[in-house]
Design a protein around this ligand. Structure first.
Ligand SMILES: Nc1nc2c(c(=O)[nH]1)N[C@H]1C(S)=C(S)[C@@H](COP(=O)(O)O)O[C@H]1N2
Ligand SMILES: [Mo]
Length: 373
């Protein structure tokens, strides 16, 4: 039996303080999101099986995964429920954990490409059917709150594109994964909702249908606004697509809502935050900020990565940190906003439509109730 920490009734769910979160490009203290306990798996004996529409069903140890070419990606990993609190308080009540703006992290992940692992087993699907196929990931280590295991799937085609950088991660920020983040191996799906980055990975299945998991079929979907009760939602789960790519977003980390801010001698205050591109449309190319929401000025995108290999590091999947100095009059109850634009031109709207589960909220970033002195 694997040793478990926390429980199905009380899993570990937490987010870091926002000011700390935006203080470094590579985050060291991320958020935790679990639908059940955290298993402590023995790295020496753990195996990942590859089954389904493949030439040979195979089973790979961690050493086997380490022996494949290793690939690194710096990407944002974000819970689909990030910013749910804002949807709940601005629009109307939603169901789900009350995440503020910190259910996101930006890390370097390293491990073999899922594509290479699948090719080791050999994909056995006729060419014309590849577009409709899926790769399902399962973790059978523990029960979860709504199912007997955790599972998710993504389209096979996305996986087969090397540039999607979909990995079986063995390392996070150059160190072996810790149990809370999925040790010894987890999936990393850049640009796609965190729910698909299955931790403590046991099984990969190539199949023609999506994962049957509760978390693919009955959760993590943007339901239309008319689905406003649990009962009504039942008619929609089967019709609405599973959430995959996350939308463009930005958040103000400093100053915090409800605080008093001292202006500099030139009458400005400093604003800092993060921005996330939509899906595969990174990087972020522009962030604007506004006092009050009428006129906007450009924020400065902070030079992201200063490592020796900076030239070679692709930042398409990463978040962007930004900073701005804005002139503000003294006063109370001041509101400031941020809005981001990514390479494809997608830009944030003031407020998205309400959805029952409060997922994918990406209205303007904001800090409100500020007292400027
Ligand atoms: N096995 C397993 N994988 C999982 C989950 C889980 O509960 N069990 N939660 C998912 C969700 S909803 C998110 S947002 C991310 C969170 O990853 P983290 O805890 O490393 O931040 O893991 C995903 N993978
Ligand atoms: Mo999540």
């Amino acid at each position: 039996m694997v040793q478990l920490e926390y429980s199905v009734e009380e899993p570990l769910n937490r987010e870091p303080d926002l000011e700390t979160l935006v203080s470094s490009f590579i985050t060291t203290d991320g958020y935790d999101r679990n639908h059940g306990p955290i298993p402590n798996i023995d790295t020496g004996t753990h195996k990942v099986s590859v089954i389904g529409l493949v030439d040979d069903e195979i089973s790979l140890s961690v050493a086997d995964l380490q022996a494949l070419p290793q690939h690194s990606v710096i990407c944002a990993l974000q819970c689909a429920g990030n910013r749910r609190h804002t949807m709940r308080t601005k629009l109307k009540e939603v169901s789900g954990i009350d995440w503020f703006d910190g259910a996101v992290m930006n890390c370097k992940w390293t491990g073999p490409l899922l594509k290479d692992v699948l090719e080791k087993a050999g994909i056995n699907i006729e060419d014309e059917k590849v577009e409709q196929a899926h790769v399902a990931f399962s973790c059978f280590q523990t029960l979860t709150q709504e199912d007997d295991h955790y599972g998710a799937s993504i389209p096979l085609a996305r996986t087969m594109d090397r540039d999607s950088s979909i990995l079986l991660a063995l390392q996070m920020n150059d160190k072996p994964l810790t149990p809370n983040h999925g040790a010894p191996v987890r999936v990393i799906t850049p640009g796609i909702a965190g729910a698909r980055s299955v931790k403590w990975l046991d099984q990969i299945s190539v199949q023609m249908s999506e994962s049957k998991s509760y978390y693919q079929q009955h959760d993590y979907k943007i339901l239309p606004p008319e689905a406003d009760t649990k009962e009504k939602a039942e008619n929609y789960w089967g019709k609405v697509a599973a959430l995959q790519d996350m939308p463009v977003n930005s958040v103000i980390g400093v100053p915090k809502s409800g605080t008093t801010v001292q202006r500099d001698a030139d009458g400005t205050i400093e604003i800092k935050g993060y921005a996330l591109p939509s899906g595969a449309d990174g990087p972020i190319v522009r962030v604007e900020v506004s006092v009050g929401g009428e006129t906007w000025q450009d924020a400065e995108l902070i030079k992201a990565y200063e490592g020796e290999d900076a030239e070679d590091v692709e930042l398409k999947w990463a978040w962007a940190l930004w900073t701005a100095k804005v002139k503000v009059e003294k006063g109370r109850d001041i509101k400031i906003f941020s809005r981001a634009t990514d390479k494809s031109g997608s830009t944030q709207e003031k407020c998205p439509e309400w959805n029952l589960r409060g997922v994918a909220y990406n209205g303007y970033g904001e800090a409100f109730g500020l007292e400027i002195v």
